[in-house]
Design a protein. Sequence first.
Length: 128
Amino acid sequence: MTTHPSDTSTMKARGEWDLGDGNTITTDNPGKPYPSEVVSGTYSTEGWFDITLTTTFTGQFAVDGGPWQDIAGSIEVASEPVPVYSKSLESRLVDGDVPVNNGEDPWIPERTADTEGIQDPHATHRTI
Protein backbone atom coordinates (compact mmCIF):
# COMPACT_ATOMS: atom_id res chain seq x y z
CA MET A 1 0.00 0.00 0.00
CA THR A 2 1.34 3.38 -1.00
CA THR A 3 0.46 6.52 0.94
CA HIS A 4 0.35 10.01 -0.51
CA PRO A 5 0.04 13.25 1.45
CA SER A 6 -3.23 15.02 0.76
CA ASP A 7 -4.89 18.31 1.65
CA THR A 8 -8.59 19.03 1.98
CA SER A 9 -10.51 22.29 2.07
CA THR A 10 -14.10 23.07 3.03
CA MET A 11 -15.88 26.19 1.76
CA LYS A 12 -19.23 27.71 2.62
CA ALA A 13 -21.21 27.73 -0.61
CA ARG A 14 -24.41 29.42 0.54
CA GLY A 15 -26.69 30.15 3.47
CA GLU A 16 -30.47 29.78 3.44
CA TRP A 17 -32.24 31.83 6.10
CA ASP A 18 -35.82 31.07 7.15
CA LEU A 19 -37.11 34.07 9.11
CA GLY A 20 -40.03 32.11 10.59
CA ASP A 21 -42.77 34.21 8.99
CA GLY A 22 -42.60 32.76 5.49
CA ASN A 23 -39.83 35.11 4.30
CA THR A 24 -36.58 33.46 3.21
CA ILE A 25 -33.16 34.65 2.07
CA THR A 26 -30.51 32.78 0.09
CA THR A 27 -27.03 34.27 0.04
CA ASP A 28 -23.39 33.46 -0.47
CA ASN A 29 -22.57 36.54 1.65
CA PRO A 30 -21.76 35.58 5.27
CA GLY A 31 -23.05 38.92 6.55
CA LYS A 32 -21.50 40.94 9.35
CA PRO A 33 -22.37 41.66 13.00
CA TYR A 34 -25.05 44.23 13.89
CA PRO A 35 -25.49 47.04 12.86
CA SER A 36 -24.69 45.72 9.38
CA GLU A 37 -27.83 45.03 7.38
CA VAL A 38 -26.17 42.95 4.66
CA VAL A 39 -28.42 40.03 5.65
CA SER A 40 -31.55 41.30 7.40
CA GLY A 41 -35.30 41.02 7.49
CA THR A 42 -38.29 43.06 8.64
CA TYR A 43 -41.37 41.62 10.34
CA SER A 44 -44.81 42.97 9.49
CA THR A 45 -46.40 41.89 12.78
CA GLU A 46 -45.47 41.47 16.40
CA GLY A 47 -44.88 38.03 17.84
CA TRP A 48 -42.46 35.18 18.39
CA PHE A 49 -40.66 33.77 15.35
CA ASP A 50 -38.07 30.99 14.99
CA ILE A 51 -35.15 31.86 12.71
CA THR A 52 -33.10 29.05 11.17
CA LEU A 53 -30.03 28.98 8.96
CA THR A 54 -29.14 26.08 6.70
CA THR A 55 -25.54 26.33 5.49
CA THR A 56 -24.33 24.40 2.46
CA PHE A 57 -20.65 23.44 2.28
CA THR A 58 -18.58 22.14 -0.62
CA GLY A 59 -15.08 20.73 -0.58
CA GLN A 60 -11.90 20.18 -2.53
CA PHE A 61 -8.85 17.98 -2.19
CA ALA A 62 -5.29 17.87 -3.52
CA VAL A 63 -2.89 14.91 -3.55
CA ASP A 64 0.90 15.24 -3.37
CA GLY A 65 0.72 19.01 -3.87
CA GLY A 66 -1.17 18.55 -7.13
CA PRO A 67 -4.07 20.61 -8.39
CA TRP A 68 -7.17 21.13 -6.28
CA GLN A 69 -10.09 18.95 -7.33
CA ASP A 70 -13.73 19.39 -6.40
CA ILE A 71 -15.32 16.77 -4.16
CA ALA A 72 -18.60 15.61 -5.67
CA GLY A 73 -21.69 16.74 -3.77
CA SER A 74 -22.20 19.03 -0.81
CA ILE A 75 -23.34 18.85 2.78
CA GLU A 76 -26.03 20.91 4.52
CA VAL A 77 -25.93 21.82 8.20
CA ALA A 78 -29.13 23.18 9.73
CA SER A 79 -29.03 25.38 12.83
CA GLU A 80 -31.26 24.96 15.82
CA PRO A 81 -34.13 27.47 15.70
CA VAL A 82 -33.34 30.79 17.37
CA PRO A 83 -36.44 32.41 18.90
CA VAL A 84 -36.84 36.15 18.41
CA TYR A 85 -39.65 38.46 19.45
CA SER A 86 -40.65 41.16 16.97
CA LYS A 87 -42.06 44.17 18.79
CA SER A 88 -43.42 47.47 17.62
CA LEU A 89 -42.51 50.11 20.18
CA GLU A 90 -44.17 53.41 20.90
CA SER A 91 -43.51 56.19 23.38
CA ARG A 92 -45.80 56.41 26.41
CA LEU A 93 -45.85 58.56 29.51
CA VAL A 94 -45.44 56.56 32.71
CA ASP A 95 -45.78 57.24 36.40
CA GLY A 96 -42.26 57.89 37.70
CA ASP A 97 -43.39 57.08 41.25
CA VAL A 98 -44.21 53.47 40.35
CA PRO A 99 -41.16 51.24 40.82
CA VAL A 100 -39.92 49.29 37.82
CA ASN A 101 -39.11 45.60 38.17
CA ASN A 102 -35.63 45.45 36.64
CA GLY A 103 -35.64 41.65 36.94
CA GLU A 104 -37.84 41.18 33.90
CA ASP A 105 -38.14 42.68 30.45
CA PRO A 106 -41.55 44.34 30.10
CA TRP A 107 -41.21 44.45 26.31
CA ILE A 108 -40.93 40.72 25.67
CA PRO A 109 -43.96 38.63 26.64
CA GLU A 110 -43.87 34.96 27.56
CA ARG A 111 -44.15 32.70 24.53
CA THR A 112 -47.72 31.40 24.30
CA ALA A 113 -50.17 30.60 21.52
CA ASP A 114 -51.45 34.20 21.81
CA THR A 115 -47.98 35.72 21.31
CA GLU A 116 -46.88 33.57 18.34
CA GLY A 117 -46.10 35.53 15.19
CA ILE A 118 -48.23 34.98 12.12
CA GLN A 119 -47.18 34.15 8.57
CA ASP A 120 -46.60 37.18 6.35
CA PRO A 121 -49.24 37.09 3.59
CA HIS A 122 -46.78 38.94 1.33
CA ALA A 123 -43.77 36.74 2.14
CA THR A 124 -41.01 36.64 -0.46
CA HIS A 125 -37.80 34.83 -1.20
CA ARG A 126 -34.79 37.11 -1.69
CA THR A 127 -31.39 36.27 -3.10
CA ILE A 128 -28.54 38.48 -1.88
